[in-house]
Each structure stands twice: as structure tokens, then as C-alpha cells.
Design a protein around this ligand. Structure first.
Ligand code: NAD
Length: 480
């Protein structure tokens, strides 16, 4: 059975306690590899390796660091088919999705930050006869990157690439639920000749390896993506230690369809936004609000499309939805289906596990599920489910839908379908959300800052904001 190893100081090493966790293939419900159950000693070794590598790495010119990151990006591109297969197997997502979204984006993340550092300018302020001031951005030292399981390599590299580009050394911990592509990334970094200790990967459980990492006093910044509860805990640890913190957390995103929308586009995009990656994308729209005048028409067109989504083994060409990531997660999502029924919701489609045949019989498959007749403030419509379960709710006015859309503790993403330009801008301003898509979903220029409002996070990742997060800005005031 394949064994994943930690990557510390440029070497592939066993966890110091010699213990391993099972890594499951969710499409078959079977263990297919072993993952280090690392602890504090492994984290300490990784931090020490990063500290040792920092002086040389941070002293490189932007061009030299850029060349290293581009070499990694090129290798990801060369190995794209294998990485996509590995991610689909590890996560349960359709192979097509890994091939077209996740792995290309991991490649682009490295290329984006490799080139960004070649073009960045720091501010210079001319004070006339008094002198001048300028901002000197310097790397922080050793930083931590911690990521979740839903877009394993995509989100992992979205943190690691800017941290390295800005001149930091990194200790990173991928999710224990989907560790394989992170392991493959460590092999790629080794092959690309990234200097030893610049990037270190420690595998293991959140409360063990993750906790040791956030507690470590040498770590200067933590970039975390995951659940809101975990984020709150990390914030409580980081604050008294004065670590810089970027938190990308949960969501419960509204998808708003006005009667004047391009109907076919709204239906098609809403189905994708609801069920891509089995609804396990933090940006998925799980509360669909439809203006009353087109509610019935939308409902029937939406349901027709949803019923046409093929749930199947992720490796098969015609599978539109694969397996949920784990048995525990499947059970959690099924618990929400029971809750929606207990809260009086009408089940329009789905709601049941899908039983596959043969080698896939033990996999974690669930039908795409749609409810209606639930109040906007019931638990089903307030709590993050993070699976293929959405609700349909009619509304009359802009004011009413904004009230419902903004009613949750979250504020990650929102999608609005309308052809009325003024309304689009007005609603975008009023939505309490880090990102608002108009007539589309998941399409974004990497230069824009990304992040959530309210309990969906603090700090912004992406674009130059991410590079700045991983630096200390020093003000140099020069007087004549
Ligand atoms: P999670 O919070 O359980 O785990 C995320 C990571 O944190 C994992 O690597 C885990 O091992 C680690 N971790 C757990 N406890 C820790 C601790 N005490 N100290 C340090 N690290 C710890 O989240 P998950 O279940 O892996 O991911 C799903 C969640 O992620 C959802 O809530 C989803 O909305 C969110 N998410 C948010 C975004 C975003 O951009 N805002 C993107 C993707 C996923």
C-alpha cells in the first residue's frame, strides 16, 4: 500500500512516532494509502528546517525566486493528468473537474505569484524639500499554511505560492482527509530543485500536527482555510502570540434569480453552482431565491436539469457528480436532509444515498437534493451543509430578498441573475459578501482580492493582497 511521507528539509521522512493514519478512496469506501500521523516533534523539525533555509531564500532576487516557482508550475503542468487522477481518487470528485479546474488552477497559482513579484512596486512618497518616505516590504520568516479537503491542491498552492514568492519559508499542513496531491507537490518541489527547507510539508490530524503548528512561537503568520469553528480556535491561539492571520472560512451562499434574468443561463449556472464537486465548494450557492413571477417555471426547469445529473464513479466519463469526501461527511450531510424534513421542508428531488455496483458498492454517493417550503431563518437555511443539498425560496421584492440573503452569520459569496444593470450594481453593494457574481459563478481574475465577510473570514487572499499579507511593511523616512 502506498505510503505518504513528510517532506522536511528537502528529505522524505517518516513521522517520528512511526504511526500512520488510513487514507480512504471515497469512491470505493476503501483504504488505499497511509498517511503520517505527525506530532509536535515533526512540526518542530519542519520549522527548524524552514528557519535554516530562510536567510538564503529571502536573500534571492525576485527573478531568482520567480524562476524556482515557474519551474514548479511547469512540472505541475507536465504532470497534470497524473495529478488530476490522484486528486479524483483522493477526494471523490469527477476526474473531469480535477483535470479542468483544480490542477490547472494549482499550476496557475504558482505562475501567477512567480510573475507577480516581477511587476510589483512599493510606494514612494516625495516630501519635497523635507525628503522622502518609502515602504520596504520584507518577508516575515517562517509561516504556516493550513488547508481543507475540498479543493486540496488548488487551495494549498493558493497559500504556499504567495508565501514563497514573498521570500518566506513555509511549513504547510494539508487536510488529513485528502493528503495525496500535497504529497505529489512535495515530490515536484524536490524534482524542481527548490532549495532544501524552503517548503516543508507535515501530514497529520488538525488537533495534533495542526495544533503544534499554530502554537509554534517561531511561526510568524498563519494562512488558514477551513471551517469557521476551527478558524475561531486558531484566532484565539494566534492573537496573544501576535501572529498575522488570514482566515478563509465557511459559507452559506445565496443564489438570487430575478424575474428579468436570462432564464436559461440562470437555470444552468444555478445547477452548476449548487452541485459542482457534490456541493463541496465553499462558494457553492446553497440557498436559491427566485422571484415569485418565475418561481414555478424556474423550479421545474431547475429540477429537470438536476434529475439529469449523473451520480457515478468519479473516474467515469459521464459522471457529473462523484462521491462525497468521507463516510463522516456523508453522514453529516444526510443528517441535514433529516433536519430539513423535520423542519417541514418539502423534498422535491433526491434525499437518498446512491447505491453503486461492484467495486464502488461501498462508496459515499448521494443524490443531488432540493427542498422548498422552508423558512429563510430555519437551521437548514442558516447552517453550512457543504454537500449536494439546496433550498428553493420565492421572493417578491429586492428588499425582501436582501433581508433573507444577508440573514446568515456567513458572508462568503453570492450570485445574482438579472439583466437590469442598475439592480445588479445596487444589489452587489447591499449583499454582505466577500464576492458577488453577476450572471455567472466561479469565474474570477486572480488579481482580485479574495475572502469572506462576517464569519466567513478575515484578511484577503489573492492578488497583491496575498503577497502583502506575507510581508512586514516597514516605513523608511529619509529626511534631507
Ligand atoms: P476543518 O476546519 O475541519 O479543517 C481544515 C484544516 O485545518 C485541516 O487541514 C485540518 O487538519 C486543520 N485543523 C483542524 N483543527 C486544527 C487545529 N486545532 N489547529 C490547526 N489546524 C487544524 O475544515 P474542513 O472540513 O477540512 O473543510 C471544510 C470547511 O472549509 C468548510 O467550512 C468550507 O466552507 C471551508 N472552506 C472555505 C473556503 C474559503 O475560501 N473561505 C474554501 C474551502 C473550504
Amino acid at each position: 500500500m502506498k505510503k505518504i511521507l513528510n517532506f522536511i528539509g528537502g528529505e522524505f521522512v517518516e513521522p517520528q512516532n512511526g504511526t500512520y493514519l488510513d487514507n480512504y478512496d471515497p469512491s470505493r469506501g476503501k483504504v488505499y494509502s497511509k498517511i503520517p500521523r505527525s506530532g509536535a516533534p515533526d512540526v518542530e523539525a519542519a520549522v527548524a528546517a524552514a528557519q535554516q533555509a530562510f536567510p538564503a531564500w529571502s536573500a534571492l532576487s525576485a527573478q531568482e525566486r520567480s524562476r524556482h516557482l515557474m519551474a514548479i508550475s511547469k512540472l505541475i503542468d507536465q504532470k497534470l493528468p497524473d495529478l488530476a487522477k490522484a486528486e479524483s481518487l483522493d477526494n471523490g470528485k469527477p476526474l473531469k473537474l480535477a483535470q479542468s479546474v483544480d490542477i490547472p488552477r494549482a499550476r496557475d497559482n504558482f505562475a501567477f505569484f512567480a510573475t507577480a513579484i516581477l511587476h510589483e512596486e512599493d510606494p514612494f512618497h516625495n516630501m519635497g524639500s523635507k525628503g522622502f518616505n518609502y515602504t520596504l516590504r520584507q518577508p516575515l520568516g517562517t509561516v504556516a499554511c493550513i488547508s481543507p479537503w475540498n479543493l486540496p491542491l488548488y487551495l494549498f498552492t493558493w497559500k504556499i505560492a504567495p508565501a514563497l514568492a514573498a521570500g518566506n519559508c513555509v511549513v504547510a499542513k494539508p487536510s488529513e482527509v485528502t493528503p495525496m496531491t500535497a504529497f505529489l507537490l512535495s515530490l515536484i518541489c524536490h524534482e524542481a530543485g527548490l532549495p532544501k527547507g524552503v517548503l516543508n510539508l507535515v501530514h497529520g490530524l488538525g488537533p495534533e500536527a495542526g495544533e503544534a503548528l499554530i502554537q509554534n512561537n517561531t511561526i510568524k503568520a498563519i494562512s488558514f482555510t477551513g471551517g469557521t469553528k476551527t478558524g475561531a480556535h486558531i484566532a484565539s491561539v494566534a492573537a496573544p502570540k501576535f501572529k498575522k492571520l488570514s482566515l478563509e472560512l465557511g459559507g452559506k451562499n445565496p443564489n438570487i434569480v430575478f424575474a428579468d434574468a436570462d432564464f436559461d443561463r440562470a437555470v444552468k449556472t444555478s445547477v452548476r453552482a449548487s452541485f459542482a464537486n457534490q456541493g463541496q465548494i465553499c462558494l457553492c450557492g446553497s440557498r436559491i431565491f427566485v422571484q415569485a413571477a418565475i418561481y414555478d417555471k424556474f423550479k421545474s426547469a431547475f429540477l429537470e436539469r438536476v434529475k439529469g445529473l449523473t451520480v457515478g464513479p468519479p473516474q467515469e466519463e459521464d459522471s457529473r457528480m462523484g462521491a462525497l469526501v468521507s463516510k463522516e461527511h456523508l453522514e453529516k450531510v444526510m443528517g441535514y436532509i433529516d433536519l430539513a424534513q423535520a423542519e417541514g421542508g418539502t423534498l422535491l428531488t433526491g434525499g437518498k444515498q446512491v447505491q453503486m455496483q461492484g467495486e464502488y458498492a461501498q462508496g459515499y454517493y448521494l443524490e443531488p437534493t432540493v427542498f422548498e417550503n422552508l423558512s429563510y431563518n430555519c437551521r437548514t437555511n442558516q447552517e453550512e451543509i457543504f454537500g449536494p443539498v439546496v433550498t428553493l425560496t420565492p421572493f417578491e421584492t429586492e428588499e425582501e430578498v436582501l433581508k433573507m440573503a444577508n440573514s446568515t452569520e456567513y458572508g462568503l459569496a453570492a450570485t445574482v441573475f438579472t439583466q437590469n444593470l442598475s439592480r445588479a450594481h445596487r444589489v452587489a453593494q447591499e449583499l454582505q459578501s466577500g464576492i458577488v457574481w453577476i450572471n455567472d459563478w466561479l469565474v474570477r481574475d486572480l488579481r482580485t482580492p479574495f475572502g469572506g465577510a462576517k464569519n466567513s473570514g478575515v484578511g484577503r487572499e489573492g492578488g497583491f493582497e496575498a503577497l502583502h499579507f506575507f510581508t512586514e511593511a516597514k516605513n523608511v523616512c529619509f529626511n534631507f
